[in-house]
Structures are given as structure tokens and as C-alpha cells.
Design a protein around this ligand. Sequence first.
Ligand code: NOJ
Length: 517
Amino acid sequence: MPQWLKDAVFYEIYPQSFYDSNGDGIGDINGIIEKLDYIKSLGCNAIWMNPCYDSPFMDAGYDVRDYKKVAPRYGTNEDLENLFKVAHQKGIKILLDLVPGHTSDTHPWFTESKKPVKNEMSNRYIWTKSVWDAPPQYRMMVGITDRDANYMVNYFCSQPALNYGFYEITHPEWQLPCDHPDCLATVEALKDIMRFWLDKGCDGFRVDMADSLVKNDDEKVATARIWKGIREMLDKEYPDAAMVSEWCHPVRSLFKGGFHMDFYLDHRGNGYSTLFRYEVDGEDRSFFSKNGKGDVTVFTDEYVPNLKATKDCGYISMFTSNHDIPRMTKNLDETARKLAFCTIFTMPGVPFLYYGDEIGMRYQEELTSKEGGFSRTGSRTPMQWTNGKNLGFSTADKENLYLPVDSMPNAPTVENQRDNPNSIFNTVKDIIKIRRENNSDLGPDGDFKVLYAQRNKYPFVYQRGSFVVGVNPSANETAVELDVKQKEVAYQIGDAKLENGKLTLGAQSFILFKTAE
Ligand code: NOJ
């Protein structure tokens, strides 16, 4: 396990929208370099950057055309190496986004693969035997190349699935087993890409759709085996490199696959989603909504067993939001978001802060799709730095911006939040600081115990080592008996106090206190 993860707090950057250093309307790598001190000032010491490779951008760069080349719109490979260097000087680690399940259909591997004459790349993707062969259970592109076969896609139609083989073979005439030399070659090609960037100084990878490699692998046995092999490679050659999976199955990902961290994704109705973004029949049922209609046990019933099952082998990562889901501003007011973030940053595992959440950037629901963003576009808008032109994101003319900046008169910016001690910006900063100063209790490995979580009830109370956290997102005061003594309050929002063994939490309140022996 890379030691640096034990004190890591990540910041996710969508490079298109972070900071435009050359005035062409789109964010770039040099822009990120210019803002490293800002990221550091938040208390974050690691970055996950969404794909920055050459791509036709049918899916915002998750359709890679050249894994080893930075997209010209973001800069050059040298700029990226420079980012690694400068970030390291400032004590910041950088994870690149690795897309192992598919490429763009303009990738040279695919250009070769689709040729009718057999060649070295013929099996790099998954093709049926003939064009008349299109089993409906697979997502196939039918009859659109000169090769007499159909190919499988992994996500959008522009993203053909790379071939890691099939675990259960139902159509032996075209499905290859995972140990077929051509499938093993795909794994080697992936390792080659990883080595390329690790040698240049990157600190590891966020792995896109990590569970999507082997097909007909319902329990993900063969997919996990591939990742375990990659982890062995890392342990041997790059022991300080870290991998976080987009998987949302800690037992498979951390325990079986050897990932260091696994994202707790926003899947409708799962524990994470019911905390922050859960609607039933048009009514907000998120636990953190002020209406008090949530149920924290959906979260605890799922989280606690997973935490126990993966103890000592990796971390569950919770995020404030990411580039695929609505920002919490969509449904939670500012106080609710403060409570949510204070909870996320006092949980075990390694937390991730999505750029702009720290100032409460709006989910711009009204925007039309950009580069395959669809409903995700509203969470991908330019970072709001200042109160000046384009909110400080870019000097370009408004109509040349990658996406419009928030045009609301009260749009939050770093500039207008920085000096306000009650801003969400300062709440995020304060709680990250407290977490890192008390890392052995509040950090990734500190103990976690639920003290109070009841079906359809408030509050939620848990212990982190020598600290206790109580949070009451509802609009009604609530109280619970606790068998702990308080030494001092480390952080508080709203009215909250422990008196004679009774923790009383006012409307929308949070308390973090240190316990006495
Ligand atoms: C998950 C990524 O987060 C998302 O943005 C992308 O569209 C898909 N994977 C496909 O790569």
C-alpha cells in the first residue's frame, strides 16, 4: 500500500473546465499548474484528473485515440510531465484517468482491427464471426465496417470494447477465452500504457469502468484476476503508485482485484445515493435533505459490512460529486451541503472533492449536451475563480468558452467566499484541516463505529477513534443518549451539545468532538 494514501485528500479536476491559461476558451495543463497552490490551500494533497489524452471527444475524452499523447487542446506531453514535477515539489500527487475497457473508434488499433484482411489487431476488439451474427444480448455495432463481422461496444457507440476475452463462452465461434494470446496481449498493451506514464512521473490511475474488462464474467472473477496481476506489476515495479477503481464493489475491487481504493458510486438506491441524491415520486428522500425523509440505515447496512470485509486491504472512497452526477446544489441547500461534506471528510477511506463543490457551484441543468455529456454537462462547467470576466476562468470571448460560466448574478466564486468564515469554502477547508491534523483517528485507517443509526430516524452518530461525530440534517431538533464523555468540540455547525450523556442536535447541525477517557 503506498504510504501517501494514508493521509490523502483528493481533488478531482475536469481539465476542460478548470483554468484556461492561454485564453483559447478551454482549460489546460498549464492552467492546472498555476492553480496548484490553490488546491494545496484547500488541504488537498492529491489530484485525479479526467482524461487528457488525444481524442475525438465523443465522450469528453473517455474515447481515447492515443493513450500516449496529451490532447493538443490541453498542451503537450512535456506540459504534463511538468505538472507532475511541480505538483511533487508542492507535495501533491497526480492520478491520471486510465480507460482500459474501450478506445475511440478512431484509435489506430481499431482502424487496423476493422480491416477485412486478418492482421495483428484483428482480435484487439470483440468481433462476431460474420455480419449476420448479432446475438441480441450483446451491444453490437452491426454492418458498419468492411470487415464481415460486428463489433461489441463498451459504452457509447464510438467506444468499441477491447478484447480481454470471455469468462463463460457461449459462442465459441467468435468468443475468445481470457488466456488466448491475443487477449493476453491486450493486458500487456494496458500495462505498457501504465508504465509509459508512471515512468514520466504520474502517481497512479483512476480506472474507468474497471469491472468491464472480461465479458460474460458475472461475478467478475476473471476481471479481478487481471487487476490482481496488474497490482503485482505495480508492487514490483512502482510500489508507490496507487489505483482507484470505478467499480463500487469493494470486495471484488479491493480484496480480489487488488485496487487500493474503490469508489462508492452514485447508483440509484444504494447507500451513497440515498444519503445525498435520492428522489422517490418527485419527493427528495436523501438523508441530507432538510425535509427529514431520509433513511441512513440504507447507507450503514451497506457500508459497514463492506468496510469490515475490506479492512486492511484498501479504502472505500466517497466523493462530494463527480463529472457524471449532478452537483449536490441541485437538491441540497448550503447548510445541508456543509453537513454532507463534513460527514464525507470525517469518514474512513480516502475522500474526493470535485472541483467547484467547495464553493457551491451550481448544477447548470439548463445546458444542452457537450461532447457526450448529456445530463452530466451541468456538472462540468468552468470553475468560478473571481468576480471578473468569465468569472476568472478564461480571457477568451464568452462565445468561445468550452461551456458557459454560470450567469446567475449571485454565482459563487473563490474570490467572494475566501474571506467569509461562514462560507462553504471555509467549511470544507476547516474540516479537511481537522481531518489531516487528526489523521490517526479521522484519516483512512481510523476506527469507525456507528453509535446511532435508526431506520427513518435522525440523527446519525458515529465514532472515529477518540472522536464522535453527530449530524442532524433534518429541520427538527433531535436528541440521543450516548455513553461517551466530551473533552472538547473540534467543529460545529448549528446548535449541538452533549450534556449529561445526551447529545442534542438542533435543526441542520453537526458536531465533531473529542471524547474524554
Ligand atoms: C465512466 C466515466 O466516468 C464517464 O464519464 C464515461 O462516460 C464512461 N465511464 C465511459 O468511459
